[in-house]
Design a protein around this ligand. Structure first.
Ligand SMILES: Cc1cc2nc3c(=O)[nH]c(=O)nc-3n(C[C@H](O)[C@H](O)[C@H](O)COP(=O)(O)O)c2cc1C
Ligand SMILES: *[C@@H]1O[C@H](CO)[C@@H](O)[C@H](O)[C@H]1NC(C)=O
Ligand SMILES: *[C@@H]1O[C@H](CO)[C@@H](O)[C@H](O)[C@H]1NC(C)=O
Length: 492
């Protein structure tokens, strides 16, 4: 009975909201397709930290079709039970090639996505991604054919036009052609800051009768929640925010080493993983720390094995922990909201800096390094001030050595009371407790274990969920109704 039920279920292709509800399990926290970055290990890490749905990196339909190695390396060898629901993304500009490639991929994923948003491809190949957004007839053909021929739904990831009306017609055209879910990258090239896509998300979502995911500069769980609340989209997709903080969807900003260690462990458990992906992930995770520890940045760029990458990551952790243990960490010069060893958004320098990127960044790096050393020196001198005060003052009469001008302790970022010595949030106990509770995090220095407790509870719940799910799937159809009701009641 179970087998018959499953095969019937598989034949009836779910559409739109049914697809989102049943196959995607109402996914609202989504990890974006990312070339060289949304590989299996990263997806698994992200899923363990709150992501509901992931996309493969964009695959080239033509290469996928002709190259069996490419298929194995990028999809077939990455099959993993934990890694569902999963959407495979292609770029393509030929309906037949696209369908042939998608047919070879459909048994390994829950939907096929067509990339209509990649601007770099214009320059490279001339006829993919965002370039296609002006070729509506061709797009209609590709989506219609995919909707007819594939056993899984077809979805699209689009960029907005300057003109919202045009974006809306575009979305409706794709829906009419058979697209079952739309991701809208709502940021035009000139827009910066969170939530800039809000108008287009809102309009598109209202204009179509399929689920919509919003994408573009979502960096905090609060952005996610606000976006869903204000625009009514079904989900929110993150790329850069996720790369810099894979626990973004948990609403946590964990220490970088926690994520780096866990990621490396996942990579070990799921070989082989292309080392250039691992290296790139570690560069992004450790971004802020590497601005300070230049020697390890070079090391990270140079080493050639997973174990040595892991070793560099470990050295970075030790440096951070030494810094924390010394307790004289002060980063008043830094504009970062958290210390450099905390996962946090990477805010890009404004465009005018980008045009002279190398120079400006180097200069910035040097200044930061310098200022940090000055800071450490002054902290040190504060301790031996009484002995050397006169001598120093005579050498540097303009400098203020008055001890009461210097903080004797590091202040809690929120209330100004002394912060916990090793507090991961840089807060005093009271503020830490509030934050850790809100974000369901641990702070071992303050003896707070909200995360550990929540995880234990979640593990227990998901075990129960899994039991119910198993019963549901393998019961005769007449009892399904009952089981589903049970599940709904349980979830409510
Ligand atoms: C490293 C990287 C790789 C990306 N690769 C893809 C890709 O393969 N396919 C795609 O549709 N978009 C790709 N994008 C774009 C993202 O999916 C996303 O649309 C964009 O970064 C905006 O989201 P964000 O502000 O959350 O980063 C990539 C982005 C990054 C940062
Ligand atoms: C690793 O990925 C890079 C970038 O995509 C690619 O050029 C290289 O061939 C890959 N290496 C292996 C061993 O697959
Ligand atoms: C680990 O890295 C450190 C610092 O770069 C280096 O001195 C040490 O030899 C490395 N150890 C191993 C086992 O690779």
């Amino acid at each position: 009975v179970c087998l018959i039920y499953l095969s019937v279920y598989k034949m009836a292709k779910l559409q739109g909201f049914d697809f989102w509800r049943k196959t995607l399990k109402e996914a609202c926290f989504v990890v974006a397709p990312m070339v060289d970055q949304s590989e299996l290990a990263w997806r698994l890490l992200s899923r363990r930290h709150g992501a509901h749905l992931c996309y493969t990196p964009m695959l080239h339909a033509q290469v996928f079709l002709r190259d069996a190695n490419y298929r194995r390396e990028n999809l077939y060898n990455e099959v993993c039970e934990e890694d569902r629901p999963l959407i495979t993304q292609f770029c393509a500009n030929d309906p037949d090639v696209f369908i042939q490639a998608a047919l070879l991929a459909q048994n390994y994923c829950d939907a096929i996505d067509l990339n209509l948003g990649c601007p770099q491809m214009i320059a490279k190949r001339g006829h993919y991604g965002a370039f296609l957004q002006d070729e509506w007839e061709l797009l209609q053909k590709m989506v219609r054919l995919a909707n007819e021929k594939l056993s899984v739904p077809i979805t699209c990831k689009i960029r907005v036009f300057e003109d919202i009306e045009k974006t809306v017609s575009y979305a409706q055209m794709l829906e009419k052609a058979g697209c079952q879910l739309l991701t809208v990258h709502g940021r035009t090239k000139d827009q910066k800051g969170a939530m800039t896509g809000i108008a287009s998300w809102d309009h598109v979502r209202e204009a179509v009768n399929i689920p919509v995911f919003a994408n573009g500069n979502i960096q905090h769980l609060t952005d996610v929640e606000r976006c869903i609340k204000e625009t009514g989209v079904q989900g929110v997709m993150s790329a850069e925010g996720n790369l810099h903080n894979p626990a973004l969807f948990e609403g946590r900003s964990p220490p970088v080493w926690e994520m780096a260690d866990e990621y490396i462990e996942v990579v070990r458990q799921h070989p082989p993983c292309n080392l250039s992906y691992v290296r790139a992930h570690l560069f992004k995770l450790w971004h802020h720390t590497l601005q300070i520890h230049h020697d390890l940045r070079e090391e990270l760029a140079k080493v050639k094995t997973l174990e040595s990458l892991a070793n560099v990551s470990k050295q970075l952790r030790l440096r951070c922990q030494e810094e924390i243990a010394r307790g004289n960490y002060m980063d008043k010069e830094s504009s970062l909201p958290f210390p450099h060893w905390i996962c946090q958004p990477y805010v890009r320098p404004p465009p005018k800096d980008v045009s002279v990127k190398g120079k400006v960044q180097d200069k910035e790096v040097k200044t930061t390094g310098c200022q940090k050393r000055v800071l450490e020196d002054t902290t040190l001198s504060a301790q031996i001030l009484s002995k050397n005060k006169q001598k120093k003052r005579s050498r540097n009469p303009n400098k203020n050595f008055s001890p009461d001008q210097k903080p004797k302790y590091i202040k809690c970022e929120q209330c100004g009371n002394p912060k916990g010595n090793k507090c991961v949030f840089n807060l005093c106990r009271g503020c830490c407790k509030k934050k850790a509770y809100k974000e369901v995090a641990n702070c071992l220095s303050h003896g707070l274990k909200f995360k550990t407790k929540a995880e234990a509870k979640k593990a227990q719940e998901s075990k129960r969920d899994a039991e119910i799910e198993m019963e549901k799937n393998c019961s005769p159809p007449q009892s399904l109704q009952h089981q589903t009701t049970l599940l709904q009641e349980y979830k409510a």
